[in-house]
Design a protein around this ligand. Structure first.
Ligand code: PAF
Length: 286
């Protein structure tokens, strides 16, 4: 496994793999890896790819009062996990390598960023889109793998790639969950034992919504109210949102008459957790 820290070295390694006729799979990460990240690597391996992973805690996607400084980092452990997973290249740039002085270019994806996390994290998706576009330019892979846990991020990146005709296929992979349903996230490490137990309410609320829709419920306000009861019973510090949006444009809907994304963002102590499910309402009469 090659570990490189400069853009020049990363480009050269990918060019060599491509010249050898390899299909390149890319997994961009912010490190502190867990089974969710490793499932993305496994998906790339399943696709027969030569695998590149980036580890970069991107300052551009954190707001001034967010957790950039304390975001968990453990490069040695990450590299060992990636070595064991059979990764070919790891790109670990510094912020100075990624952002030259006076870098002023930002990518903004409209509409898809208007709701859900958009209003709660101003500038976040611009930071994500900008760094991912740069990473795609540095690691010109055939495919890039992202988790569905960050459904809005996945939608934003997919739309950016389509709108800018970037020559890369974006692959969404299922959320990996702990046995009690909590979605894996590097930020779960912030939770106290009690918060960790209460945090299972997110997925329980999402499952309840899916069950209610499966049983014929189509009214978003009733679904959201039932979810809210489950989440409130876990005494969260703050509920940022419990939302039902159409799965394509991420716009709020009042009735569930097409594929929807049901998404929640909830804080326990200082830790903000997100989770979601995609639900297709069964056809009427079924
Ligand atoms: O999901 C993440 O870890 C990050 O948002 C990403 C896509 C690596 C961009 O920094």
């Amino acid at each position: 496994m090659q570990v490189v820290r400069t853009i020049r070295e990363a480009r050269a390694a990918v060019a060599e793999a491509k010249a050898a006729g390899r299909r390149v799979g890319f997994v961009p990460t912010m490190g502190f890896l867990h089974q969710g990240h490793l499932s993305l690597v496994a998906a790339a391996r399943q696709d027969g790819c030569w695998i590149a992973v980036s580890i970069f805690v991107n300052p551009l996607q954190f707001g001034p009062s967010e957790d950039f400084e304390r975001y968990p980092r453990d490069e040695a452990r990450d590299l060992e996990l990636l070595r064991q997973a059979g990764v070919d290249l790891v790109f670990v740039p510094t912020a100075a390598e990624m952002y030259p002085p006076n870098a002023v270019t930002r990518i903004h994806v409209e509409r898809l960023t208007e709701h859900l996390c958009g209003p709660w994290r101003p500038g976040h998706f611009d930071g994500v889109a900008t760094v991912v576009a740069k990473l795609f330019a540095i690691v010109p892979a055939d495919r890039a793998y992202f988790g569905r846990k960050d459904a809005q991020q996945l939608a934003v990146i997919g739309r950016m790639v389509r709108d800018l005709d970037l020559p890369i296929e974006v692959v969404g992979c299922d959320t990996v969950r702990e046995p009690d349903g909590l979605a894996m996230s590097s930020r779960n490490v912030y939770l106290s034992a009690d918060e960790r137990r209460r945090a299972t309410a997110l997925y329980r609320a999402l499952c309840l919504a899916r069950d209610q829709i499966g049983a014929g419920e189509r009214d978003v306000s009733r679904v959201a109210a039932a979810m809210r009861r489950v989440i409130d019973a876990a005494s969260p510090t703050q509920v940022d949102y419990v939302s039902v949006v159409d799965a394509e444009e991420l716009q709020p809907v009042e009735r569930i008459d097409r594929r929807v994304l049901i998404a929640v963002a909830v804080r326990f102590g200082g830790t903000r957790l997100i989770d979601n499910v995609v639900v297709d309402p069964p056809p009427a009469g079924s």
